[in-house]
Design a protein around this ligand. Structure first.
Ligand code: ADP
Length: 501
């Protein structure tokens, strides 16, 4: 280990593939990213070409990042892979050839399969075993659709077909000997993995008519799955972590203690809270999911998401033309001291937890003759904080007490006004770390843990530093007044949905 000085993360996302080189202390050295095309063969369908994910992007990003870092690949201690979750691949075991494009998590084509499962009364057993609310988003219904559509069930039973999420697919292609593996965080997003037993579940497999033979082996999140193919970088490097992106971010934010919570402010927001080692179902519409599994021991998380977060700011820019860049939202919002009673509920695609109403639509309320552009921009920005606050309090309710702080990352966490308003609404500090690439960092740290660079979680956490801390400044009465207004606005949007069904 003497000459090992770096860790590398491959972050295979929905729109781009990235590679990031870190020092062992968790400082970022370089990164490289490549976008790849999205395919929309029908309305609501989303696919990726597996060849894009593999060659033009992931391998290219890896090589570019390492070249830019000007390091000897032999100095890389380990590589961690983190990925867009739920996106589904099927390939031939014999040749590795993919049998269809990857069906992307966002794809809605399997909604009828889910409706049928619910009508047949399977919702509860799925929720109890997997912690998930059945949805087309998860891999299970996508696998069923592929097996049906391509008439592959007989071949699948004979063991000729492999299923994998992005982590499996990359491990198969990038690691010597083609291991067919996935980790527990990714397995947990299939709707086939029993979180209690930490095994694929026979009953769930039979509900979806999926032969067990196609499934990868489920390994720990920090685990050496094999050595990187030598032709890729000219060195044999352990691939030592597979982890879904949101779980990687939770790890990269050092949320190692039960109750620690992070929120990623991107297109949408993803909030995850470390929920300890005991499986519990949320009473507030959150998902229960794996945080990670280390040395065979599962840690669970509660997860909730905001559909329209940074996307609301894009809408202000691209559709309403109220701002010319996302960053401009901050000075424009800051030009007024409050929204003057205006609330925007950006339920453009419905509302998720804790409301779960797919029929709601965007609503702007409370305007007066004096309402102007700045008030509306501010209301849009504040809506991100209100929605996140609703998730935060759902988590507090589920775990019995609010977290002491919220750790933040993602593109929109750059907005100081938003972060300060978030702290004011939560009544606890909002902590923004020095390294905002928490997803990549988490994958790199997990890989470092697997190869013994760090002896325990405490050592991996030593790289996590708060760069900015936003402390709550708003008085209680004002906070309550604002929250009451927000919840009235949400009620209005939900009421509108009643006649929208
Ligand atoms: P993703 O990974 O989902 O593509 P990013 O983490 O890159 O998202 O964040 C980009 C999102 O953040 C965009 O939706 C953009 O509108 C929003 N955003 C970026 N900078 C700011 C800012 N300064 N203020 C508010 N929103 C911002």
């Amino acid at each position: 280990m003497m000459n090992k000085r770096y860790l590398v993360a491959l972050d295979q996302g929905t729109t781009s593939s990235r590679a990031v080189v870190f020092t062992l202390e968790g400082h970022m050295v370089t990164s490289a990213a490549q976008e790849f095309p999205q395919h929309y063969p029908h309305p609501g369908w989303v696919e990726h070409d597996p060849a894009d994910i593999l060659s033009t992007t992931q391998i290219e990003a890896l090589r570019t990042a390492v070249r830019k870092a000007e390091i000897d690949p032999n100095e890389i201690a380990a590589i961690g892979i983190t990925n867009q979750r739920e996106t589904t691949f099927l390939w031939e075991r014999e040749t590795g050839a993919c049998l269809y494009n990857a069906i992307v998590w966002q794809c809605r084509r399997t909604a009828p399969i889910i409706e049928k499962l619910m009508a047949d009364g399977y919702g509860d057993v799925i929720r109890q075993k997997t912690g998930l609310v059945p949805d087309a988003y998860f891999a299970g219904s996508k696998i069923k659709w592929l097996l049906d559509e391509l008439n592959l069930r007989e071949r699948a039973k004979k063991g000729e077909i492999c299923f994998g999420t992005v982590d499996s697919f990359l491990a198969w292609h990038l690691v010597e000997g083609h291991p067919h593996v996935t980790d527990a965080t990714n397995a947990g997003r299939t709707m086939l993995f029993n979180l209690h037993t930490q095994q694929w579940d026979e009953e769930l497999l039979s509900i979806l008519d999926i032969p067990r033979e196609i499934l990868p082996e489920v390994v720990d999140t920090a685990h050496v799955v094999g050595m990187l193919r030598e032709d890729l970088l000219g060195a044999r490097i352990p691939v030592a972590a597979l982890v879904g992106d949101q779980h990687a971010a939770l790890f990269g934010q050092a949320c190692f203690t039960e109750g620690d919570v992070k929120n990623t402010y991107g297109t949408g927001c993803f909030m995850l809270m470390n929920a300890g080692h005991e499986f519990r179902l949320s009473q507030c519409g959150l998902l229960t999911t794996m945080a990670w599994r280390l040395n065979g021991v599962p840690t669970f998380a509660f997860e909730g998401s905001v559909f329209m977060a940074g996307a609301t700011i894009q809408w202000l820019r691209d559709e309403m033309h109220l701002i010319s860049s996302a960053a401009e939202s901050e000075p424009v919002a800051a030009s007024v001291s409050d929204t003057g009673g205006v609330y925007l509920v950006p339920a453009f695609t419905g509302l998720g937890a804790p409301y779960w109403n797919m029929y709601t639509r965007g609503t702007l309320v409370g305007m007066t003759r004096g309402t102007g552009r700045a008030h509306i921009v501010r209301a849009a920005l504040e809506s991100i904080a209100y929605q996140s606050r609703d998730l935060f309090s759902a988590m507090a309710q589920d775990c019995g007490q609010p977290s002491a702080a919220l750790r933040v990352d993602g593109g929109a966490s750059a907005n100081k006004l938003l972060m300060q308003f978030q702290a004011d609404l939560l009544g606890v500090p909002v902590l923004r770390p020095a390294v905002l690439e928490t997803t990549a960092l988490g994958a790199a740290l997990l890989a470092g843990l697997a190869v013994g660079i760090y002896k325990d979680l405490k050592e991996t956490a030593s790289g996590w530093h708060v760069a900015d801390s936003f402390k709550p400044q708003m008085d209680e009465a004002r906070r309550e007044e604002l929250l009451t207004g927000w919840h009235r606005a949400v009620d209005g949007a939900l009421h509108w949905a009643e006649s929208n069904k």
